[in-house]
Structure formats: structure tokens, C-alpha cells
Design a protein around this ligand. Sequence first.
Ligand code: SF4
Length: 290
Amino acid sequence: MKYYPLSSYLKDKFGEKVYKITLDAGFTCPNRDGTISDIGCIFCDDGGSFSQAHPRHLSISEQIDIGIKSQHARFGANKFMAYFQAFSNTYKPTEELKKIYTEALKNPQIVGISIGTRPDCVDDEKLDLIASFTPKYETWIEYGLQTIHDKSLIWMNRGHNYEVFEKAYFETKKRGIKVCTHIILGLPTETKEDMLKTIEKIAELKVDGVKFHALCVMPNTPLEKMYNSGNIKLLSEDAYVDIICEAVKILPQNTIIHRLCGNGYSKTMLAPLWLNNKWETLNKINAKLA
Ligand code: SF4
């Protein structure tokens, strides 16, 4: 059983490996600034679920230059995607967004753009702006869907329901922008069957890409308090591997897998500790799929 990783997709398209440069453009999030709530999703830490960015006091051009230099030195990389990851990267007026995205795209080594955001933070004007990049650049929006089950979205204080995602999804797709959905496995409100229903739904929608995460506990989050009080149980590594393998079987073979297992949390993450050995988990997934 094979899957189609993002690295292979980009290599097929551009003839060489393409690396993502993670960016922090100083965005915030309506679920943290008081517009929807001031708590955020219960798992979200101070960095807006973001652990790999350059400091936000640097300009986008500076962050791009640093990212290109370091990835060229490490991997001999020549082509890159600008990845707006921290917080909700469409949560500014369209004119400001245009300046931010354009600054990233002006570097000739940038061949694509990926924008992480919430499905309730886009509108026609913003999507039209992002769609204007598609003729020249590999263009993705990464929506934090997490689950199709509204009971779980309420539990995690997501601040929107599934219907909002579906509306944003169709508006995005009809403009030719590729969509990656982020999915969290191991929500304590869900059984394995619930999780697989989410996968069946995104398979039916034919999303272009998926990024999987296991629910993990970061410091100074509401989830940390719940975890410390013994109220929630996290997935074991074996259970995660089992569900991921089922998920890969359900998804169409051309679904681009952006990530099978979260990483980058090891310094501060509190649980589950097996996530610190991402490569071990990936090996187990690949062995089971084989
Ligand atoms: S939408 Fe993203 S940035 Fe906003 S609170 Fe949730 S995880 Fe954090």
C-alpha cells in the first residue's frame, strides 16, 4: 500500500526537491484575540500551533533569505515554497495580505505558496487574491479542519462548525487553489469509527492534501490542565499507527500526504512522548502499510 507524499509530488512537478520555508508574518487569530474567543483551540500554544518559524520581528524577505541560505547549506536546496504557518494567515485586510504574500513571492527561488488558516477567515476577495497566484505558483491553502464532528469542534473550542469548512472548501476549489486539510487523530470525544468517518468524508470531497497530527499536549494550554487532571486519555503509538494505516487505505491514491505524523514539538511537548520519535513512528506506519 503506497501513498503520495508532498515531497514526491513537488519533485514530480518541479524536477527536484522543493523545501518549505516556514514564515511568521505577525498574524493573530480570531479565536485568540477575543473576536470569537480569547482562549483559542484548547491545544493551541502561544506560538499559534507553530514551532519552527523565524522570529516575527524579521521581515518576510529576511525570513525567506535566512530559510533559503540554511536549507541550501543543509540540503543543496534550490527551490522553495513560502509557508505561512503561524496563527491564521488570512486574518488581515486583503490589501495587507497582498503586500505580505507578494513580498514572499518576489524571491525568484520561491516556486509556491502555502497559507495556513481557519475556514472562517476567508472570503471572496481574499480567495480571489490567492487564486491570482495560481498561474505562476504552486498555490495551497491549508485549512485547520481537525474533524468533521461538530461535538469535537465544540470540545476543542474551535469556534466554527463543519459546515463552515465545507463552504470555504468549495469556494477555494472552484478558484483552482489546492486545499490541504489538517486532521487531528485521538480526540477523546471520538471513537476510531468517528475518526475514520472524517477520513471518509475528506476522501469523498477529494481534498488535494492531508496533514495528520496526533492530539498532543503543549504547555500553558487548556488541554494541559485537562490532561493533568486525568480527564483525557491520549492515543498510544500503536493505536495511531493503526488508524493512520486505515486512513491511507480510505484516501484516494492521488491524495497528497503533507504529513503522516506531527513533528517539531519535541522541545516543549508534554505528551504523548512517543511523538518525539517521529521517524520511529513513520517506520512503523510504512512497515504496516507494506
Ligand atoms: S485556529 Fe489555529 S491559531 Fe487559532 S486558536 Fe486554533 S490552533 Fe490556534
